[in-house]
Design a protein around this ligand. Structure first.
Ligand code: GLY
Length: 550
């Protein structure tokens, strides 16, 4: 009888609130889409699905999915938003000038390739915190699919084999890299097994964070550091903590947008862009999507946002980041008023305005109860530092490059920084990751995010504008050509995929230089009148699914 009553109570509590009893996921590969669906069908919530897929992507999307990196998870559960910061931190022995030679010049590739480019990983601690606070299913159950994929292997998709080939050329001949030893078998259609990674995942499944930050895995990381001349120590690992933060939140139209706070610049920048575009409503009125005039106006507001980013943003544990001033409507009106609809503003004159990659991966989930997770995590560039912890089988990040190695010198994404983002022990490097949720009243309307380093911000911004302002379908909103400008390089507009020649010609006539570039892999879930929709970006190898309970 007792069992019967508790089953009824469980059934009532667990019953989906969506009229159609639906969940939806947009995932960066087929394996993670399958695992997310399975977890949700077995009574897991959005956070359970996010944890299981974080570990599975460490196996099947090794260029970005990870346990050797870090990221941000934005959670909306039971009508409350929470932001989990599991970003990497600089090791205790890191210091401001660690990437400069004796003449004060940046040493090429030191912050990008090999052992010195890695921050202390945060992913395992992050997933553990999310699990402790929100999960329905057991930790071991959520790790099981990843362990199986690593030990039994998976069939390598062409997209992954191509990416491996591209990156092999970058790592070729570089000292201290064991990339080929671990990934040479990534060939289209081949069965790819990762036995060392499977053992590491088993230790994590068995011991939680102690299976990574202490014991055998920690020992293997420290041995690798000794062998290769790296900085991460036993103390660094032991003392790493993921942090819960208040997300950035702002009104936009009749929605509430919630997104990433510092140490990401992403959420603040996305809000700045959306609000400035709205303030320039008159200038945008009647301007067709992706027309030369439209792209010019976007570039003008983006210039101002990236100037602010470079000056003001960094780890809030080390400096006060003036987020509320940066998203203040009066401030943004003043910035928007500087935009000349007919002419390019001179980059050097666009100063910060307040008075006083490429690889990362993202997924979006709405569960059958209406809870949502927007998770972006990364090892920075594709396949991170190129260094695998021997015996533990996972890649270390090259996230240290997201710090400003020297004021004004661009990082791998071409963005600059200064004091706010200089290196210091235990400091989190500035990010652009922008896991975002749009609320309509208390209900989740949109879950969105993307990889792409500094271009994440403009990918998320344009996807929201495509969906809400231009009323495009979810799939079209993510697939249509995107553009990107970030103040520097001067007057360069990146695009992907192609733009019509007459558009690029007109922009060139105005003084812009046009370049095709990687511009993200957006994963989008949307609540529409007739139910949930999901869209995975055609640029990647993602898969979206709407799951129906009938
Ligand atoms: N590693 C890219 C970012 O965090 O923005």
């Amino acid at each position: 009888m007792k069992l019967f009553i508790s089953s009824i109570i469980f059934f009532i509590l667990a019953s989906p609130i969506n009229a159609k009893q639906q969940a939806a996921v947009a995932m960066p590969d087929r394996f993670s889409a399958e695992i997310a669906e399975q977890v949700l069908k077995e009574g897991g919530n959005a956070v359970d699905a996010a944890i299981a897929t974080a570990f599975s992507l460490a196996v099947t999307l090794p260029e970005a999915g990870n346990i050797g990196g870090g990221g941000f998870m934005l959670i909306y559960k039971d009508k409350k938003a929470q932001f989990l910061d599991y970003r990497e931190v600089a090791p205790l022995t890191a210091h401001r000038d660690m990437y400069l030679d004796k003449n004060g010049e940046v040493i090429e590739n030191l912050s990008l390739i090999g052992v010195k480019s890695s921050g202390v990983p945060g992913t395992v601690a992050g997933m553990w915190q999310a699990h402790k606070k929100y999960a329905n299913l057991s930790w071991k159950k959520l790790l099981a699919p990843a362990i199986e994929l690593a030990s039994q292997g998976f069939i390598v998709p062409k997209h992954l084999a191509d990416e491996k080939e591209r990156v092999s050329k970058i790592f070729a001949g570089k000292k201290g890299i064991n990339f080929e030893k671990y990934f040479s078998q990534l060939k289209t259609g081949a069965l790819f097994k990762q036995p060392e990674l499977a053992e590491t995942l088993r230790r994590i499944a068995e011991h939680g964070p102690d299976g990574f930050y202490r014991g055998k895995t920690a020992q293997l990381i420290v041995e690798q550091m000794k062998k290769s001349g790296g900085l991460i120590s036993k103390q660094d690992l032991d003392e790493y903590r993921a942090v819960w933060r208040e997300p950035v939140s702002s009104d936009w139209k009749h929605y509430q947008i919630i997104s990433s706070p510092p140490p990401s610049s992403g959420g603040t920048a996305v809000v700045q862009l959306l609000k400035m575009k709205q303030l320039l409503e008159k200038q945008f009125s009647g301007v067709p999507h992706n027309s030369p005039q439209y792209i010019h106006l976007l570039a003008e507001i983006e210039k101002r946002v990236y100037a602010d980013r470079a000056k003001y943003m960094g780890d809030p544990g080390f400096l006060e980041v003036p987020v509320s001033k940066m998203v203040d409507s009066d401030y943004l009106k003043r910035r928007a008023d500087e935009v000349n609809p007919d002419r390019i503003s001179i980059s050097e004159k666009v100063k910060p305005g307040l008075k006083e990659s490429t690889q990362t991966t993202h997924y979006s989930i709405i569960d059958q109860w209406g809870n949502a997770v927007s998770n972006t995590y990364t090892i920075n560039l594709s396949f991170g530092s190129g260094l695998v912890v021997e015996g533990a089988g996972f890649l270390l990040n090259n996230e240290m490059d997201d710090f400003s190695a020297k004021p004004g010198v661009p990082n791998a994404f071409g963005v600059v920084g200064g004091k706010a983002n200089e290196i210091a022990p235990r400091k989190r490097m500035l990010s652009s990751m922008s896991p975002t949720i749009l609320l309509e009243g208390e209900r989740v309307k949109v879950v969105v995010g993307s990889p792409g380093g500094s271009t994440i911000i403009t990918s998320v911004f344009q996807t929201l504008v495509n969906l809400i302002d231009f009323k495009m379908s979810p799939q079209n909103s993510v697939d249509v050509s995107r553009v990107h400008h970030q103040l520097l390089p001067e007057n360069v507009i990146y695009f992907n995929p192609e733009l019509p020649t007459k558009t690029t010609q007109k922009l060139q006539d105005m003084g812009y230089q046009l370049e095709e570039n990687y511009l993200g892999d957006v994963q989008l879930v949307v609540r529409q009148k007739n139910g949930l929709s999901a869209a995975a970006d055609a640029r990647g190898r993602g898969e979206s699914r709407v799951i129906n309970w009938d």
